[in-house]
Design a protein around this ligand. Sequence first.
Ligand SMILES: Cc1cc2nc3c(=O)[nH]c(=O)nc-3n(C[C@H](O)[C@H](O)[C@H](O)COP(=O)(O)O)c2cc1C
Length: 391
Amino acid sequence: MNIVLGVSGSVAAYRAADLARELMRAGHSVRVCLTDSAQKFVTAALFEALTGQACLQDTFEEPDRGRMAHIDWARQADIVVVAPATANTIAKIAHGIGDDMLTTLVLATTAPLVVAPAMNPQMYASEATREAMTKLRERATWVVEPTDGDVACGEHGQGKLAAISQIVEAVQTVARRSKQLEGRKVLITSGPTQEPIDDVRFVSNRSSGKMGAALARAALLMGAEVTVVSGPARAALPLQANIVHVRTAQEMLEAGLAHCADANLIIGAAAVADYRPAVRHRGKIRRSAEPTTLELHPNPDIIAEIAKAAPDAITVGFAAEPSRSLDAARDKLARKGLYAIAANDVSRDGIGFDADQNSLRLITLDSPVVFDSGLMSKLGCALWLLDRVAK
Ligand SMILES: Cc1cc2nc3c(=O)[nH]c(=O)nc-3n(C[C@H](O)[C@H](O)[C@H](O)COP(=O)(O)O)c2cc1C
């Protein structure tokens, strides 16, 4: 794999030389990008001698005249590793600042990112660094935690760059994961549906589309070709996915059926409205003093219909369950012809609907075991789920 190794200005910068060699030993091609501060500790000449490839240092440096190196490197990278990562570089990456070659390249790449922080323990424990680290984790950055120990400044605590073998292992895991769904087509339904009452009102639910967006991002990180059929959701979908916008359950069903034929994996993460108004009124129903009744008709069972139309695909449904009991989810699994159901307990605060975190329990057709993801970001849950299903 093509690895870009970003080295920032930490005392541990010298250890990046060993890391570059170990990554090459593991069969990767390694190109190094140094920040200005890193060059106070190590030189480009060192890494060029070790890797046999020119280093990048300055944003406006163009080894191939007329080609923007930060974009070229960003496109060619399969994985970007920042090790050691300073507090400063971590904060810049978290906030989308691109004021040097390394941070600009990280902004410009879609490759998975591995970050190995190294700093004074107080810097690592600071609120600013912790917030930046949370942001990185939410974007599925693989963090190789610094270890406890004596650091160069004489203090003791968590801040020492992790062992080189641990960083290499993380890169190998990310490399494997990025191929796990290579060549596979993944279809995801996402977000709520809106069932019109008249031209200005509708029946819907609280789904934000965040879980579907996280699944799309996770599938892309794992190398899949992704189509998302999305209802009107607030969550931003990754642009590398093929996105089909729909509004009603009927439209979602039609779009799902149109895209399921060549899908290998289908995930129904949409919160489809179970019912729609029997009649859609044109214009706007006028207010009156009389009570009124809205007649509702059941909507089609989208994931069951798609599972029937694509029998060769692995189909996974989501179930928003109001309790810990999995009886209803087990019943759905059999009734809808699915391979698995991911159940989330929507009675718990802070997870499920509209939240940034989730906790999934997965039941599958071929195992009596209930797999529990634990509480994680939705992206973490999505990677966990796809990893389980890909196995
Ligand atoms: C001797 C020395 C050692 C340093 N070690 C670290 C370190 O291990 N981690 C860190 O986050 N910053 C460290 N710094 C501070 C960074 O070099 C400084 O924040 C710099 O602006 C980082 O720039 P960069 O992120 O662009 O490489 C050190 C500074 C000095 C002078």
